[in-house]
Structure formats: structure tokens, C-alpha cells
Design a protein around this ligand. Structure first.
Ligand code: FES
Length: 204
């Protein structure tokens, strides 16, 4: 897993504030929490800030959310730097979060990492066409279909270098590759179809 630092100063916008729509949403969001516990809305607010900023959380957005929730900046900074769902630097149109935890590694994640290095570059690098960036993350909870990667909001599972390359090719071509398992299985059911409960015997 890479060191998580804020993007260099030259990439940081000077200011950030919620759009009118997001401001209305944020005011409503904090009413979901008990009086005095509005700070608990920090993750959804940071997430909305990331979406508004184009896929990453600038330092100005961290400070804005801290002010909005009446928190010290460090409290929001430590959350933004801890969770890999928050990107601390600009990302590509398709941001690949590649799982590098043991079950995925045992099932071939290292080869997927080679694909990322070959096609995209170093972690957090954005390709010249602005299409791709990638980062290695810890378990994303789909170990049963390892190895896997999350690309934007979708999981792609049971990947091989070939199927991973195909998914990336399709995204680059403006297509919508099918998320989920990339082999012949439904969700996390056995490959090739059911192996148990195939016949039902009824008592005479
Ligand atoms: S180890 Fe990769 S999803 Fe859990």
C-alpha cells in the first residue's frame, strides 16, 4: 500500500465550497445525526466533496468540511488520509483500486499489478489521455471472487490479466464492461453452475 499524502501544492485549488445543491444536501445530511453528533457526518460529506471536486479531495475541501462540522482540520485530515476511498490527488476518469491483500495475491493479483504498471504507470499517475489511474488497496470484501479490482463504482472480479485488459480496453473505448465475476459464475456461486441441490427428491 502506498504512502498517503496530500497532493503537492501546485495541484491544490485555492478554494473549495459546496455547490448550492450539495450545500442543501449537506445541511439535510447532518440532521440525521443526534444533536451534538453532527461530526459523524464527516465521511458522507467528504465523499460528496470528492465527487464535486472531480474524484479527489483537495486540502481546501478537507478544511471546508472541517469548518462545516466545527472540527479541527486534523480530525478530517486523518480520516481522508486513512481511508483509501478518498483520493488525495487527481485521478483518471477511470480510477482502478486494485486489491493487494493475501487472498487476491494468492489468486494472481501480482499479475494484475503488472498490467497496471504496464498500461497506466506508477500508482497515482494519470495516463496522458486522462483515462486511467490506479492504486493498490487493502481487502475490498470480495475475496471469494479474488482477484478483483474496483473501478469507479463497480467491482470486477475473478480477473485474469486477459480479462482485466479487456475491461480496461472496453472502458477506454467508451463501452460499459459487465461488472462482477469475469468467469462463468453467478455472483459467488460455483464456477460453471450449481454443484449441489441439483435434484429434489420428494417422499412418496
Ligand atoms: S483479499 Fe481481495 S477482496 Fe478481499
Amino acid at each position: 500500500m502506498a504512502v498517503r499524502r496530500l497532493a503537492p501544492a501546485e495541484l491544490q485549488p485555492k478554494e473549495f465550497s459546496f455547490s448550492k445543491e450539495n450545500l442543501d444536501w449537506a445541511k439535510k445530511e447532518i440532521t440525521k445525526y443526534p444533536e451534538g453528533r453532527q461530526a459523524s457526518a464527516v465521511i458522507p460529506l467528504l465523499w460528496r466533496a470528492q465527487e464535486q471536486a472531480g474524484g479527489w479531495v483537495p486540502e481546501a475541501a478537507i478544511e471546508y468540511v472541517a469548518k462545516f462540522l466545527d472540527l479541527p482540520n486534523i480530525r478530517v485530515l486523518e480520516i481522508a488520509t486513512f481511508y483509501t476511498m478518498f483520493n488525495l490527488a487527481p485521478v483518471g476518469r477511470f480510477h482502478v483500486q486494485l486489491c493487494g491483500t493475501t487472498p487476491c495475491v494468492l489468486r494472481g493479483a501480482e499479475k494484475l499489478k503488472d498490467v497496471c504498471h504496464h498500461r497506466i504507470g506508477e500508482q497515482f499517475e494519470v495516463t496522458a489521455d486522462g483515462n486511467f489511474s490506479w492504486v493498490e488497496v487493502e481487502c475490498l470484501g470480495a475475496c471469494v471472487n479474488a482477484p478483483m479490482a474496483q473501478i469507479n463504482y463497480d467491482f470486477f472480479e475473478d480477473l485474469t490479466p486477459e480479462s482485466f485488459n479487456r475491461v480496461l480496453d472496453e472502458l477506454a473505448a467508451g463501452k460499459n464492461p459487465k461488472p462482477g465475476p469475469q468467469i462463468d459464475r453467478q455472483f459467488s456461486a460455483p464456477e460453471g453452475g450449481a454443484t449441489t441441490l441439483k435434484s429434489v427428491k420428494t417422499k412418496a
